[in-house]
Design a protein around this ligand. Structure first.
Ligand code: ACO
Length: 151
């Protein structure tokens, strides 16, 4: 598997990016502000993430998604490890990621990758998303912010 930057915004895989965030306008803003990276296998795009500069010290994985047919094979973990290396090489002190209170698998994965919980933004999803989101039988209401210190 190869992970390469997708420099042409038009080439960003919107179908995959929308798996991580159903709001297309928000995804387009991430692409405008950030750098998009794609994971390729035999020429096929199987995963994607967008890294943004939240501040001069903090990078954020704003969006990460793996093709539904290829989830739970370790690709998401490889994308996060790549994002950590990119953020380190750019001199950031911390890398952050945010997800919903109902995203239990994502919360497990991010903590396995060394992120720890920093804050809860109460009612973020119910305030910013028109349609209710439910996963694992739980209403997605709050955003959990996680952070990892970089060396
Ligand atoms: N409990 C414990 N561990 C779990 C659970 C759970 N309920 N669910 C998943 N995991 C663990 C797995 O055991 C595995 O850990 P391991 O590496 O120790 O074996 C890990 O989480 C899954 O790792 P990967 O296989 O690398 O993950 P995947 O390739 O499926 O990518 C991703 C994860 C990106 C979340 C993918 O499932 C996806 O695209 N989901 C839909 C889009 C999405 O939700 N994106 C994130 C939104 S938040 C944001 O974008 C900032």
């Amino acid at each position: 598997m190869e992970i390469n930057q997708i420099t042409d915004r038009e080439q960003a895989p919107m179908d995959l990016l929308l798996l991580a965030d159903p709001n297309q306008q928000i995804v387009e803003n991430y692409l405008k502000d950030g750098h998009c990276y794609g994971a390729y296998q035999r020429g096929f795009l199987i995963g994607v993430y967008v890294l943004i500069n939240k501040s001069s010290e903090i990078a954020e994985i704003a969006n990460i998604a793996v093709h539904p047919d290829r989830q739970n094979e370790g690709i998401g973990r490889k994308l996060i490890e790549h994002a950590i290396k990119v953020a380190e090489s750019k001199g950031f002190e911390h890398i952050e990621i945010g997800t919903g209170n109902s995203s239990l698998g994502q919360l497990a994965l991010y903590q396995k990758c060394g992120f720890s919980m920093q804050a809860i933004i109460k009612d973020f999803f119910t305030d910013h998303y028109e349609d209710p989101i439910e996963e694992n039988g739980i209403i997605c209401r709050d955003m959990i912010r996680l952070s990892k210190q970089l060396t």
